[in-house]
Write a new protein. Structure first.
Length: 425
């Protein structure tokens, strides 16, 4: 999950790699050897949802003519467009899964595992001509890389030799603080990283349970730890979100997805059918959670909006219907609504594995759902960021071509529909 703070508009055209920290880039130019153009997306549907149900009236996606570079709904309205050089790919280590994406003004940061198995962190300018990047030796054996935007740049976390390391860089990619292990960090895996109220918050899931690590974003030495959910059942996944000025924890245990403010132990149950990882997002007017659940032989993505005080607003709704198999979901605010990305696997209605996107209003109406590009079956969680002027950038790992991918979409019509109070059928 990524949250933005009123970034400037992203112009069309080439992205330039302006800096790299850790294992980085060679020369990155439009049409260069490291760039892989995404296949033309298939069409999708504007999908009205019926009140009181979680099953959309979805239809089989309609192909878009080759070379169209658009996402359109069944009415023929163009919801999103993109240029050829809005599709980018970077060599990743064999079998590496998961990416982490963050945005700070006009600079985007992508964290993943590069082609020799070390952490890689790329800063991408969202305007200007292509410039050479700098390639430096990184740190072998790192894993679990995550990145978030802070006031003056980005904060990065990763695991190395069983220790949780953190690093901070400025908007030019220069290291402000060299990578260093957090003092007495617990062992495990990082399930969430959030920058909020001047601090970095990380949830670490290990054999002894769930731990919160917290430190001022400019002083990792001042780290504190707190055990979470001490008396609860085993936690499968956890995530953090900022609702108004309070940090909230969401977690799944068994098939139940719950959340509460860190300063409040009274949980709110969001779902009782969760079967995998989930993501949580908060906008100016509401929050929403997206998660996987199983029904019959299908694995679907559900989402549920909620109020900024944690009150549940609507019943959960499904993005697709059986026999679809959807996983690796991410969700971010998009206007007054939300954008979701996820991986769909080959099934009756979907002839190949693909990255898909959906847009919904704050009241839970799906205004569009469609394919972005084919991809691998495996690859771990997707990620995406969105701006307040209608741009969306998706990131994912592909284990077939062993690349980390970025796809930028310009979606002013989808933004207008997400801002609507109700979708007209």
């Amino acid at each position: 999950m990524s949250t933005f703070k009123s970034p400037r508009s992203i112009p069309s055209g080439c992205w330039a790699a302006v800096a790299a920290v850790g294992l980085a880039v060679g020369l990155l130019a439009c049409g260069g050897d490291d760039e892989k153009m995404a296949p033309v997306p298939s069409g999708g549907d504007r999908v009205p949802t019926r009140g009181g149900t979680d099953e959309p009236d979805a239809a089989v996606p309609v192909p878009v003519p080759q070379g169209a570079n658009v996402l359109v709904d069944l009415s023929g309205e163009t919801l999103c467009t993109y240029e050829d050089d809005d599709s980018m790919a970077f060599p990743a280590s064999t079998g590496a899964t998961g990416v982490s994406l963050a945005q700070n003004g006009g600079t985007m940061a992508l964290a993943y595992h590069d082609d020799i198995g070390e952490r890689a962190f790329r800063l991408l300018s969202l305007s200007g001509a292509a410039e050479p990047g700098v390639r430096e030796e990184g740190s072998e054996g790192s894993s679990g890389v995550r990145i978030v935007a802070v006031d003056d740049g980005f904060a990065l976390s990763f695991w190395r030799e069983g220790e949780l390391h953190v690093e901070r860089v400025d908007l030019e990619g220069e290291s402000v603080e060299a990578p260093a292990p957090l003092d007495t960090s617990p062992s495990g895996r990082t399930t969430s990283m959030l920058a909020a109220n001047g601090s970095i918050h990380l949830t670490v899931q290990g054999d002894d349970g769930l731990t919160l690590a917290q430190y001022p974003h400019d002083d990792p030495a001042d780290v504190s730890y707190r055990d979470l959910l001490v008396d609860s059942d085993p936690v499968q996944h956890a995530a953090l979100a900022l609702l108004r000025e309070s940090v909230w924890l969401a977690w799944s245990s068994g098939d139940t997805l719950s959340m509460h403010a860190l300063e409040d132990d009274e949980p709110v149950v969001l779902a009782d059918t969760v079967s995998g990882a989930f993501d949580i997002a908060s906008g100016e007017e509401s929050g929403a959670v997206a998660y996987s659940y199983r029904v019959e032989d299908a694995e679907l993505v559900r989402y549920r909006p909620f109020g900024l005080d944690g009150d549940v607003m609507l019943e959960p709704r499904s993005v697709q219907h059986p026999p679809a198999v959807l996983r690796d979901v991410a969700i971010v605010p998009f206007g007054r609504g939300y954008a979701l990305s996820y991986r769909s696997l080959t099934s009756r209605d979907f002839p190949h594995n693909a990255i898909r996107i959906a847009f919904m209003t704050a009241t839970g109406e799906i205004v569009y759902e469609g394919e972005v590009t084919p991809t691998s079956r495996a690859g771990g969680p997707t990620d995406l960021v969105a701006t307040d002027d209608g741009h969306v950038v998706l990131a994912w790992s592909d284990t077939d071509d062993n690349h980390a991918h970025l796809q930028r979409l310009d979606c002013p019509v989808a933004l207008r529909l997400c801002n609507a109070e109700m979708v007209e059928e």
